[in-house]
Structures are given as C-alpha cells and as structure tokens.
Design a protein around this ligand. Structure first.
Ligand code: 13P
Length: 337
C-alpha cells in the first residue's frame, strides 16, 4: 500500500476552500431526480446532464473531486473524452461509488449495504480509468425501536472491509455512514445515534488496521428529524455535530465531508458555514460532499434542455461558490434587491 499517495489524495480532496460534488446517483435515484422535473432518465440524458455539470467553467475553484456512478465513468463527453479523464485534465479528482445498494438485514426491518463480493476485481477495472477514490454508503434509520446495534455493527464491519480493500488497491475510501434525517426524532436522539454509529465504525476500521490518514469520513450533520418539524439554527447544528465528531473521530483522519441529506441548499450551506465558524478548533478539515444541495437548483434550471445548459451552469457555479465560502466559514446571506 502506497501510504504517501493515499494521504496526498485524501488531503487534496479536502483542500482549503474546496469540497466534493456527489454526482453518483444510481439508475434508480437519477430516475427519481429526473421525474421530479418531469423528464425520463436514459443513459444518454444522464450523460448530457453530467456533462453540463462537469463542464461548468471555473468549477475547479470550488470542487476538488467528483463521485460518479459506474455508468458515468464509462461515458464520454461530446468531444469523445471519457469523463474521468476529462475531470483529471481540469484538476478535479475523479472517484466512484462502489457499494451496490442495500439488502434486507436479519430482522427484516433494517437494511445493510452490499457490494463486497467481487469488489477487488471491480477496483482493478477502475484503476485503469484514472479513478483515485471510492465511496461506500451505509444507511441508518431512526424510529421508536431502531436502529439495532446488530445492524449498526454489520454495516460498520462492511464499511471497514470496503475501506481496507480500497486502500490495498490504491484508492482513498470515503467511508459514509449516514444517519437519515427522515423521522420524528429530536436533535439529541440524532446525536446519540450518530455517536454510536461513528464509534462503532472507527472501532471496526481500527480492528482491520485501515490507514486513517488515507481515508475521509462522510457523515450527516446532527439535526432534528424532518417529521419533527423542528429546525435547528446553524449554531445549534454546528454545536451538536462537532460534539458528536469530537467524541468519536480520531485526529489522524484528514477530513470530514458532510452530505446534505435532503436539506435545502440554503440550509445545508448555512449549517456548513456554522460548522466552519468553529472549524479552527478541530484537527480535521471540515468540508462538503453534497449531492442534492449542490445540484437541485441547477437541475431545475436545466430541465433536460440543451438550450438551458449555460443558464444551469451559471446556477451551479453560484451554488458551488456559496458552498465553498461556507466551507471556509465565510458565507453571508446575500440580500438581493
Ligand atoms: P446528498 O448530499 O444529496 O445527501 O448526497 C450525498 C451522497 O453522496 C449520499 O450518498
């Protein structure tokens, strides 16, 4: 394992004012996203959409890396350049989601993430495509009874195994245990569950001797459940999130990248800004790996029409700029006349 190379890639992904664009929607998820604006996903329309995002002028000022789905890494832009190569040429690090979604867990109520079978072989193929990092997402639901400790442990074991296999093959793993925002729970319950999940994940990573300097943690912000109808102010979201991380994340980890998890762009940016206003006190870079919060306004502007591409890129650029400011704790709501 080339530890120096892994550490260097991980650090570049969380470079000072930059973060990651998560554009790794699976076929099912991109279909849902497109349906929300009244269009039908096809491989060609997916390609056009990703091309619009990736070719946005000057986006490399704010975006260090892009996570893609298997379909996208095998596609090319209109000039015939494969997307991973195109992104590399622009100084953006290309990465790939390698989990294969969820499967039912023993108790039939919860789910665990699958994809370990054949992972090494898939990574050998991805190695030839300039891809430098991988992502694996495990999902934790909160309700009156769940999550169970058994499901948390099984997901953590698989995350650790995935991270180990990724590093052995030269990829920086983005280890993503996501405590979902859906549900009626309080912010305190989210904090308790997030701490338990992260503690378990790092115990498993250490048991497998995963190289912590050569990975990134992708996690949820600690927030009240959506159905509770309670909103946390950015200062509160920051206080709860940072407390959970401080209790569980070793200082060797170079960076923590937050997912947006169904928050609006405005909320995700405001909360990331709140977190970074306190960021100097902590050992890790505190950055972003947003999917929906970075894409939703651009998707609305694009609407599947080539003619809207330039306008959609302008929208995407502005959201990425705000997110980059928030990643530095410098975002201010701009009041437009
Ligand atoms: P969201 O920011 O939309 O939650 O997506 C991030 C992601 O990659 C989830 O795995």
């Amino acid at each position: 394992m080339d530890k120096v190379a892994l550490k260097e890639i991980a650090e570049k992904l969380v470079a000072k004012n930059k973060g990651i664009l998560a554009a790794d929607e699976s076929t099912g998820t991109i279909t849902k996203r497109f349906e929300s604006i009244g269009i039908t996903s096809t491989p060609e329309l997916n390609r056009k959409y990703r091309q619009m995002l990736f070719s946005t002028p000057k986006i490399e000022e704010f975006i260090s890396g892009v996570i893609m789905f298997d379909e996208t890494v095998k596609q090319k832009n209109d000039e015939g350049i494969a997307f991973p190569e195109y992104l590399s040429q622009r100084g953006i690090i290309p990465g790939i989601k390698v989990d294969e979604g969820k499967e039912p867990f023993q108790n039939d109520k919860e789910e665990v993430t699958k994809g370990l079978k054949g992972l090494s072989e898939r990574l050998l193929e991805y190695k030839k495509m300039e891809l430098k990092f991988t992502k694996w997402r495990a999902v934790v639901y909160i309700d009156q009874i769940y999550p169970s400790i058994e499901a948390i442990l099984e997901n953590a074991k698989r995350l650790a195994e995935y991270a180990k296999i990724s590093q052995e093959n030269g990829f920086v793993p983005i280890v993503e245990p996501e405590v979902l925002m859906e549900g009626e729970h309080t912010i305190t319950k989210c904090e308790i569950v997030t701490k338990l999940v992260l503690k378990t994940v790092f115990e498993e990573l250490e048991k497998k001797q995963v190289f912590l300097e050569g990975l990134l943690l992708k996690t949820n912000m600690v927030l009240p459940g959506k159905k509770s109808l309670v909103k946390a102010e950015p200062k509160e979201a920051a206080q709860f999130s940072l407390r959970a991380l401080e209790a569980t994340v070793p200082e060797e980890v170079p960076g923590i990248v937050f997912l947006s998890g169904g928050q609006s762009s405005e909320e995700a940016v405001a909360n990331l800004n709140g977190i970074n206003e306190e960021g100097d006190k902590y050992p890790w870079e505190l950055s972003f790996s947003f999917g929906r919060a970075l894409q939703s306004s651009a998707l609305d502007a694009w609407k599947g029409e080539e003619n809207n591409a330039t306008m959609a890129q302008e929208v995407f650029y502005e959201v990425a700029r705000s997110t980059s400011l928030a990643r530095q704790g410098k975002y201010k709501v701009e009041v437009k006349e």
